[in-house]
Write a protein that binds this ligand. Structure first.
Ligand code: BGC
Length: 270
């Protein structure tokens, strides 16, 4: 059994949206498991540099990479920079995502497009570049049993409809079918593709949902395990899905949600 610091030794990971929240925690966790990490960001370069600085200070390898994941040219340039820096890619964490919430009848086309472009098109563009490199390079048995691993950050809202978030829920439903379809298509090349569906995790994206005790109490009613998640709940799952410990897990969504998908409204009544 490999010890944790050696789990991803010799591997390169790219994490999109890695300067905050779940992406940041994933970048740190992958580095702690021995991977060299590309820390993608689009705004707030200081925070990306801090993540890189912290990883390097603990004798890891990391580089900050600016790119808008919804922009094809920027995504391709980012992968080229990563290859120059670290040679290749073994792990893609398709994490970058955002919300632009609105009642449905008030939702602007811009709110719709912004969310679909980052959350869904961004995952398509990055997965395509990663898969091309995995195919070109193939399996290196001394590094991993897979030619490459893709972890798509989805959400419980790939399953749970969410009023006033039609753009976001549609994007995550799309991520589910994108992930499953490319898992079916790329599996024969030993490219392993999975998703994680986080529930309510304390990050800037849902700050209002847990910022006050009243809001948090409200939120806890939706979580049978009665705890709001923290980013490490997700980053541990990312490392596992990126490693050979999960080598036979393919095309699956791992729900890490304290039971949010268990229809908690039915715990009484029904
Ligand atoms: C959303 C959060 C929300 C959580 C549970 C996530 O995908 O980004 O805002 O708290 O789902 O509803």
């Amino acid at each position: 059994m490999l010890v944790h610091e050696q789990l991803l030794r010799g591997q390169t990971a790219l994490v999109t949206g890695a300067n905050s929240g779940i992406g940041e925690a994933s970048a740190r966790a992958l580095a702690a498991a021995g991977a060299a990490v590309g820390v993608n960001y689009v705004v707030n370069p200081k925070q990306a540099q801090k993540v890189v600085g912290d990883i390097v200070a603990s004798r890891g390898r990391a580089v900050a990479l600016q790119a808008d994941v919804g922009n094809e040219d920027q995504v391709q340039a980012m992968f080229q920079t990563l290859f120059k820096e670290f040679g290749t890619i073994d792990i893609l964490v398709n994490n970058a995502g955002l919300q632009r919430d609105s009642a449905f009848t008030e939702m602007t086309l811009q709110q719709w497009n912004t969310v679909l472009t980052v959350n869904l098109t961004g995952q398509f563009l990055c997965a395509r570049e990663a898969a091309r490199e995995f195919r070109r390079r193939g399996v290196r048995p001394e590094i991993s049993q897979a030619a490459g691993k893709i972890v798509c950050m989805s959400s419980v809202h790939q399953e749970i409809p969410w009023a006033r978030h039609a753009n976001y829920a549609a994007s995550k439903g799309g991520v589910k079918m994108l992930m499953e379809t490319i898992a079916q298509e790329l599996g024969p090349e030993r490219i392993r593709v999975n998703a994680i569906a986080p529930g309510a995790i304390k990050t800037p994206i849902n700050h209002d949902a847990w910022a006050t005790p009243e809001a948090e109490a409200d939120l806890l009613r939706l979580i049978p395990y009665r705890r709001v998640g923290v980013v490490e709940d997700i980053s541990r799952a990312v490392v596992w899905l990126a490693s050979d410990l999960s080598d036979y897990v393919h095309g699956t969504t791992l729900f890490v949600d304290g039971g949010m998908t268990l229809f908690p409204g039915f715990a009484s009544g029904g």
